[in-house]
Design a protein around this ligand. Structure first.
Ligand code: CO
Length: 134
């Protein structure tokens, strides 16, 4: 069902402050930024091998990322796994009794379809299913 780790989501207060660490100090390939209005975030992607780091900056105080930062400070927010068929993956998880935040896929960055599994059903690690647009 899962094919690889697509990305790790990292909550940051400001992309501009966090980017130099990943891009310049760690030397990752910066793939650009994108605003995702549905999530009230601006994201920056950095590529490392087959996986990416997704930096998430809130664009409003109502953003889920703003709430996360308020509670926990900056840090790892979610793990995103690549799936070939997100509808099938959601159906399988639900059939196994998992609680989904998103019962139907929604649009993420780069035209991907994404769905989050509730942390209560994923051992406290917010889990994202991600079907990349190819
Ligand atoms: Co993500």
């Amino acid at each position: 069902m899962l094919t690889k780790i697509n990305h790790l989501g990292v909550a940051v207060n400001a992309l501009a402050d966090a980017l130099p660490y990943y891009r310049d100090q760690l030397g990752m390939a910066f793939k650009g930024t994108e605003e995702v209005p549905e999530q009230q975030v601006r994201v920056a992607f950095l590529e490392i091998g087959e996986s990416k780091i997704e930096l998430l900056e809130p664009t409003s105080t109502e953003s889920p990322i703003a709430k996360f930062l308020e509670k926990n400070g900056p840090g790892i927010h979610h793990v995103a796994y690549e799936v070939n068929d997100i509808a099938a993956a959601i159906a399988k998880l639900e059939a196994d009794g998992a609680r989904m935040i998103d019962k139907t896929p929604r649009k993420g960055a780069h035209g991907a379809l994404i769905a989050f599994v509730h942390p209560k059903s994923s051992n406290g690690v917010l889990t994202e299913l991600c079907q990349s647009a190819h």
